[in-house]
Ligand binder design. Structure first.
Ligand SMILES: [Zn+2]
Length: 478
């Protein structure tokens, strides 16, 4: 058995009895003799701490293990390998394990080639997880403790208007004046975009780089300026001087919300009067991708003109070359009344049968994430329970691993689903689309042309026409 002996001692530990490098080597060599193992190499890390794996001896050992030079790694005590459960587990499983190298720790009688040793790895995993959680917890406690004590939350930068002083912030007068101006200008009705331009036109005084929409927005809702400290969603009274009054700050928060809602409404009501015809601007040619425009033919004998929607690739050459997408587009003409009626009928269909909205939206959106998140939490609890069953010896390691795998699979699937639903958001909620249609209180075909135009644009993002095929892309679909 080609055995690697690994020994480590930190500077602090040198003084401690039984921890000297030579003593460790001595005992391990004797052990190999008893076992009739051949010592392939001795890897030493004198004066290195076990809190990380950045050690020259260990690196060389890992390298030799990966090059299959070693069959067994032997240490005097488990903490010689690492003081971190997480790193110990990593070395045992992801370095030694996958290279079919056994790991033996003399002091604990820990040997990964035995069933007991294998079970120990499972236990190590539990403690490694615990260790990770404790570190996270400690960091969180640290931050929330700072916030509660009213201390400054960031060491690296103070918000514009302040500078760090001891454990808190100190007002920078010039910058504070500008912050005040931003709050008061905003309250006087100036939009964030205009405010940004105004500040930058004045030369973004006190600031190295120009203001952006985001930095103005962040300034307006930063509670630090009203004298608070914030951690996540919790706000605590700070130890620093406020730059704006609480009243001004609160009023600005109200305005931010109101104006955001207004902007949202505006964006979801796309300028309905701009287009002259029902579907102009919405239709695309399925052959070449160009827009379709409305054209009128010469007067007929009765004085009327035939109006058609026609691909710009076929008409734009004289008028507007930039709209041409193909040289010889084979698309056909669409008589205005006919095309518009088909589109309106499609809307009428979903108005009469609102269930079709759901269907036309392709995949289910507006999925309520709550059940999925609840299921995730449930699975985590299940995992914890399994581990404790295992520790109580009610469950074998094999069973634990089998069940763990099943749970992990489901977790991965749910997490994937959550990511997907978060990414895909339709422009219009299904419920909003349903409301629009309900408010018509009758057939869309009976409305006047201007009103039809508004509804069409509220609901439809794009219509693609290819010969006699029509595909409608609804705003409520993803
Ligand atoms: Zn075309």
């Amino acid at each position: 058995m080609k055995t690697a002996i690994y020994v480590r001692v930190s500077t602090n530990e040198q003084a401690e009895e039984g921890y000297s490098i030579d003593e460790q080597i001595d005992k391990l060599k004797k052990f190999c003799e008893v076992k009739d193992w051949q010592v392939a190499n001795i890897y030493k890390d004198p004066g290195f701490t076990g809190s990380n794996i950045d050690r020259p001896g260990l690196k060389k050992l890992i390298n030799d293990v990966e090059n299959k030079k070693i069959e067994t790694v032997l240490v005097y005590k488990l903490d010689r390998l690492s003081r971190s459960q997480k790193d110990t587990l990593f070395l045992i499983e992801d370095v030694f394990g996958i290279n079919n190298t056994n790991f033996v720790s003399l002091n604990e009688n820990f040997d990964t080639s035995t069933p007991f040793g294998k079970a120990m790895i499972g236990i190590l995993a539990v403690f490694a997880q615990l260790e990770r959680e404790q570190i996270k917890e400690r960091m969180t406690m640290g931050k929330i403790g700072r916030a509660k004590a009213g201390k400054a939350m960031s060491w690296h930068w103070a918000p514009f208007g302040y500078t760090h002083k001891d454990d808190s912030y100190e007002v920078v007068d010039l910058e504070a004046q500008i912050v005040k101006q931003i709050f008061h200008d905003y309250l006087s009705g100036i939009s964030i975009t205009k405010l940004r331009d105004k500040m930058n036109d004045e030369g973004h005084i006190g600031k190295d780089i120009a203001w952006s929409y985001r930095t103005i927005r962040q300034t307006l809702d930063n509670p630090t300026y009203a004298g608070y400290t914030k951690y996540k969603d919790q706000i605590f009274p700070g130890n620093h001087e406020a730059i704006v009054s609480k009243e001004v700050y609160d009023e600005v928060q109200k305005q931010l919300e109101i104006r955001q809602k207004e902007a949202y409404k505006k964006n979801n009501n796309p300028r309905p009067f701009q287009a002259k015809y029902l579907v102009s601007g919405l239709v695309r040619c399925g052959h070449c991708g160009a827009a379709l425009g409305l054209h009128q033919y010469a007067k007929k004998k009765d004085g009327t003109r035939t109006k058609i929607y026609k691909c710009h690739s076929r008409t734009g050459k004289k008028k507007n070359v930039t709209m041409v997408k193909a040289d010889n587009c084979p698309s056909c003409d669409y008589p205005k009344e006919e095309l518009e009626n088909v589109v309106l009928s499609e809307i009428e269909k979903i108005r009469i049968n609102p269930q079709l909205i759901q269907k036309s939206s392709h995949s289910a959106q507006e999925i309520d994430d709550t059940p999925l998140i609840k299921r995730l939490e449930e699975l985590d609890r299940k995992l914890e329970k399994l581990v404790s069953l295992y520790l109580d010896e009610t469950l074998s390691l094999e069973m634990l691993n089998d069940k763990k795998e099943l749970i992990q699979k489901e977790k991965t699937a749910i997490e994937g689903k959550l990511n997907k639903t978060n990414k895909q958001k339709p422009e219009l909620k299904i419920s909003e689309a349903a409301d629009i249609l309900k408010n018509l209180k009758g057939s869309i075909l009976k409305l006047d042309y201007e009103k039809q135009k508004i509804i069409v644009r509220k609901l439809i993002k794009q219509i693609t026409l290819k010969d006699d095929e029509m595909v409608i892309q609804w705003r409520f679909a993803v």
